[in-house]
Design a protein around this ligand. Sequence first.
Ligand SMILES: [Fe+2]
Ligand SMILES: [Fe+2]
Length: 246
Amino acid sequence: MINFGKVLLKKSKLSLEDMRNFISLPIDSNTEDIPIYSYDENIQIMSTYELEQSIKHIPIKDQVIHSIAHIEYNAMKSYIDTLVRFINQVPAQFQKEFKEDLGQIAFEEFQHFELVNQLCQYGSQPVHNNLQKRMMLTMDSLLGRLAILSIVNEGRGMDTGLNLISKLEGDIRYEKVIKKIVKEESNHVRIGLKWFERLNDNKNPQELFLKIMNKYNIPKNWKINVQKRKQVGFNDQWIQCLQNWN
Ligand SMILES: [Fe+2]
Ligand SMILES: [Fe+2]
């Protein structure tokens, strides 16, 4: 059987059909080396500094919307990668639910990408590959991956995403898209947290989280939104952990 998930990791442009297939086909148990996902050839990758210099002539709202397209693209590929790479490490009785959860999130990230892509044409500006590098750190650790992808990256989007609206110069079309996306990210954080706790057998998840942040040197450079974190299932120990991390 062709490992369809692996095909998607290499493919630069994904269609609705691809995503529907991804959700409905079984995930191959083939464990041979899975390379990290790739970008389209015309995506120009730069360091953060070079990127800032090369896009400073572009209106801020268009920089923001292009950076969101990039975030959504990475999120979609990261969830596909997580599912394909780690499905065999999930206990058999949970595999179906794991596949449904991560497949659904990947599908929603695809929809987010399509929404922002209509506003900016992804690839019309260069990008950095910091998110992809973070995923490469955890190619051999499912719990590390869930912590960084869902609790940190997605969690940051949930905590701070609406702050971006002030940079959109009152553009209602852009604003509507961002509000819809930020709302849906909350559920992704909730699901990531569920799997992080379940696969760690609920043994002091906060201690493990801090160990992972320390191991991979992941900084917290934003303010935690306590109310939103609580809404998606972070209890008091978690809130304390997130606020004191670093
Ligand atoms: Fe998203
Ligand atoms: Fe998300």
